[in-house]
Design a protein around this ligand. Sequence first.
Ligand code: TYM
Length: 329
Amino acid sequence: MKRMLSGIKPTGQLTLGNYIGALRNFVKYQDDYEMVVFIANLHCITEYQDPEDLRKNLTDAVALYMACGLDPEKSVIFLQTDVHSHAELGYILACNTYLGELNRMTQFKDKTAKGEKNMTAGLYTYPCLMAADILLYNANYVPVGEDQKQHVELCRDIAQRFNNRYGETFVVPEPLIAKVGARIMSLSDPSKKMSKSEETNKGCIYLLDDLKSARKKIMSAVTDSVGIIQLDKENQPGLYNLIEIASALSGRSMEDIVDEFSGEGYGKLKAYVADVVCAELEKIQNRYREIIESHQIEKVLNEGALKASSIADRTLEEVKKKIGLEIKY
Ligand code: TYM
């Protein structure tokens, strides 16, 4: 069975973008692949996090993974810091990555261009840690949203370089990006990705938003003055985004939704999108509450860490031997 690996960095509450672009796909794939899914907590601290908030976000993220349908009987679910090999291989891969490659990473470039002060060294070398996350498990595929594609491509380059230098060691992974929903945009500014780091919360729906406020965010989503319901991503990006969200969650094609609402006002379409989103959130939130109350998170994480370590530690051992870092054989 081919292996898949992915992770989410809960620097805040998980968003509808995380769900549509990543999480719900993990759930779909877990029956046909050996699925390894982790909480990327080391990645969270590339920027300062309030420790109390971080702890809460990590717990919520595990509960939400399960509430969205990840089944610990089918998937390995664990916390990154419970498997020490991640940090160690991350360092080794940083020694096999060039500054030029890290300088080209869009997320780093964007922050530099915005003139962000106090960027940490961790933020800069983050793609090396992400490569370690993937390569430790010899994952064949990495299901991610569009914004992570560049990082997976760098991971491939690092793996190939390592294999050329030291002999065949890593499986070279492929990014797996869904056709619909790979880049959900902000509801308040459809030129930007929906993201938990938005300044105002208006454009971002969180999986734990109360349904009233989620509905309000959709009803006041920025659209356009064209006034026609059709698929024109360039000129009507806000409308396109709403239709894409509804399509991803309902399983209907975007064209089918347009057909139903063509000739209607935007308000009617928005109300439909809000119904679809709120029905999904309600299901997730009910299961989330059950999982929190059942106190099963610790057990799931302990078992996940054991399974993950048994794969990751073996890979790290092999890497260290190949490089010449070990003296005993
Ligand atoms: P993160 O936490 O920013 O996002 C987690 C996943 O959600 C997807 N995503 C979106 N998809 C569609 N529309 C959006 N608006 C949207 N926002 C986020 C992301 O593409 C991603 O798939 N570096 C990663 C976490 C990570 C990882 C890994 C992923 C660490 N190690 C190894 C895969 C493999 C990150 O920050 O994702």
